[in-house]
Design a protein around this ligand. Structure first.
Ligand code: C2O
Ligand code: CU
Ligand code: CU
Length: 550
């Protein structure tokens, strides 16, 4: 009986994941093949005798019933502005605030409150009531300037340890919310750092506790950061913020835990939210500067405005040297950010901001098989409604935006290799995914999973190094390095080396199967830094290493 329960749970978990992606209906033949692959595995013949589980179809129906339908959340509301974290300091150059991580109830589905874990400001010592939190689930925007000293008091009101990691910012290693520095449930700590000149860019913050980052982020803990420069060539452009996050909701309003497929491929819910809402409406009346964040655990966003082109002006770590005009697509891997210019144009028209098809080669539960790519998905509806007067005089984009000095490398080379080991029989063993971490899946860096006691690589302060990041797995993994912004030198795939066509500051870069990406990178502070896959499930499963800077 225990065995049968396991089999049903495993299959419905796999099917639930397929259904959640909407792939079941659209790619039925492929998926059915996929599941017959599973059925071949030993022990699956017991399936037919389970009540209500006599066929694949009923298994799929059963799984569908547990998830809220993909249109259960309202769409079409005006895009909500992000909440802004208020500065409690009066001293010039000091940003001071308190952030609390706590469970908050929200009624996403009528009469079925959902418990999120969320960052809220604690103004004047008053904790917002657990059910009084308004605005998007996204944590408040931290809007600061180069040169500011930032002091954030963090109160952990979760039932598990947490940290705040300042993704992409060059903060001291002991202020960066490393897994080695947990803040216990009920405890408080202060994070303090000064933002150096040249750090203007688009960043975010999220928890980074050992083996619990994925869950804390998918339950709602993440927020945006903007660092501004005193001289910003695009300061005159009206700014819009789109923080993308992912949500899976069960039909009872709960946020289900990760299943086996989530651990394997990274979790993707049935909803992609923009500033906390499904498919909002955006009205563009002027040329705008958009900052976009991929705050999803695992979802890749190949942003598209359909036929309308847009301009990329910035990456994770700030402005490009020159605008990249005429883009129709831009891939944002999990953790990545970008700055865009979206032009109002001359006449009114409608567009859909969508995530175009991108095949990141998700694995199936049967050996060696990949899942089909997800279909395109609408993220927001955009109406371009330029008023007459503006239509005549679009703002001219400066040809030069920034100067990015190339990182000149020493002779020091480092190698980071992503690899994986999938033990399908262990995955299908009873209890394989019963208690948090699943069995049978190993995601490694340089041949091992993360060990807090081990230093993976050692670098010297202020020494520019070339790192090659090689993906020897069958799926995409976004590489992320803490504490610095790096420059991509080249990408190598199938024996072809492609120099990166433009210089940019990044802290996250996608690496495709069989691809090697070479970056120039430097650390300026001694201490320990993490580097990892930013599919947060993979990070929690140990696809992470420690860089010791001496
Ligand atoms: Cu955004 Cu180590 O993470
Ligand atoms: Cu980070
Ligand atoms: Cu990964």
């Amino acid at each position: 009986m225990i065995r049968r329960e396991f089999l049903v749970r495993t299959l419905s978990a796999a099917v639930a994941s397929l259904v959640a992606r909407g792939a079941f209906a659209q790619n039925a033949p492929h998926d059915m093949h996929d599941m017959s692959g599973m059925q071949d595995m030993k022990g699956m013949e017991g399936m037919g005798s389970m009540p209500g589980m006599s066929s694949h179809a009923s298994a799929a129906t059963h799984a569908t019933a547990t998830l809220a339908p993909a249109d259960a959340l309202p769409a079409g509301r005006p895009l909500a502005a992000l909440r802004v974290l208020a500065n409690e300091s009066r001293e010039p150059g000091v940003f001071r605030a308190t952030l609390v991580a706590h469970p908050v109830q929200r009624e996403m589905l009528a009469g079925k409150p959902t418990t999120f874990w969320q960052y809220d400001a604690m103004n004047g010592g008053a904790l917002p009531a657990a059910n009084a939190s308004q605005g998007p689930v996204v944590g408040p925007l931290i809007d600061v300037c180069e040169g500011d000293t930032v002091e954030i008091r963090f109160i952990n009101r979760l039932a598990q340890p947490s940290t705040i990691h300042w993704h992409g910012l060059p903060v001291p290693p002991d202020q960066d919310g490393n897994p080695a520095d947990p803040v216990a449930p009920g405890a408080t700590r202060v994070y303090r750092f000064t933002l150096p000149a040249g750090s203007a860019g688009t960043y975010w913050y999220h928890p980074h506790p050992h083996m619990m980052s994925a869950e804390q982020v998918f339950r709602g803990l993440a927020g945006p950061i903007v660092v501004r420069a005193a001289a910003d060539p695009l300061a005159a452009w009206p700014e819009r913020h789109l923080f993308f996050s992912d949500l899976r909701l069960a039909s009872d309003g709960s946020i289900p835990p990760n299943d086996m497929m989530d651990w394997m491929n990274g979790r993707e819910g049935q909803f992609v939210l923009v500033n906390g809402a499904r498919r909002p409406r955006i009205v563009v009346t002027n040329d705008e500067r958009w900052r976009v964040w991929n705050g999803c655990n695992a979802r890749y966003l190949k942003l598209s405005l359909g036929a309308a082109s847009f301009v990329q002006v910035g990456t994770d770590g700030g402005l490009l040297e020159a605008p990249r005009d005429g883009l129709t697509e831009l891939l944002l891997a999990p953790g990545e950010r970008a700055e865009l210019i979206v032009r109002a144009g001359a006449g009114s028209r409608q567009a859909v901001l969508s995530a175009a098809v991108y095949d990141r080669r998700k694995m199936s539960m049967s050996e060696g098989d990949s899942l089909p790519a997800d279909p395109a998905r609408a993220l927001a509806d955009v109406s371009f409604e330029p008023p007459e007067k503006n239509a005549q005089a679009p703002r001219a984009l400066p040809a030069k935006l920034a100067v990015i000095a190339p990182l000149v490398a020493s002779t020091v080379r480092k190698s980071v290799v992503f690899s994986e080991k999938m033990d399908m029989s262990a995955m299908h063993r009873p209890g394989a995914s019963a208690h948090g971490m699943p069995a049978g899946m190993t995601f490694m860096i340089n041949g091992s999973t993360f060990d807090p006691a081990r230093v993976t690589l050692t670098s010297r302060r202020d020494e520019v190094e070339i790192w090659s990041i090689e993906n020897r797995t069958d799926m995409d993994h976004p590489f992320h390095l803490h504490g610095t912004q790096f420059q991509i030198i080249e990408r190598q795939s199938g024996g072809v080396t492609t120099p990166e066509p433009y210089r940019a500051w990044r802290d996250t870069v996608n690496v495709q199967p069989e691809e090697t990406v070479r970056i120039a990178t430097v650390q300026h502070m001694a201490g320990e830094r993490m580097f990892h896959c930013h599919i947060l499930e993979h990070e929690d499963l140990g696809m992470m290493g420690t860089l010791r800077v001496v």
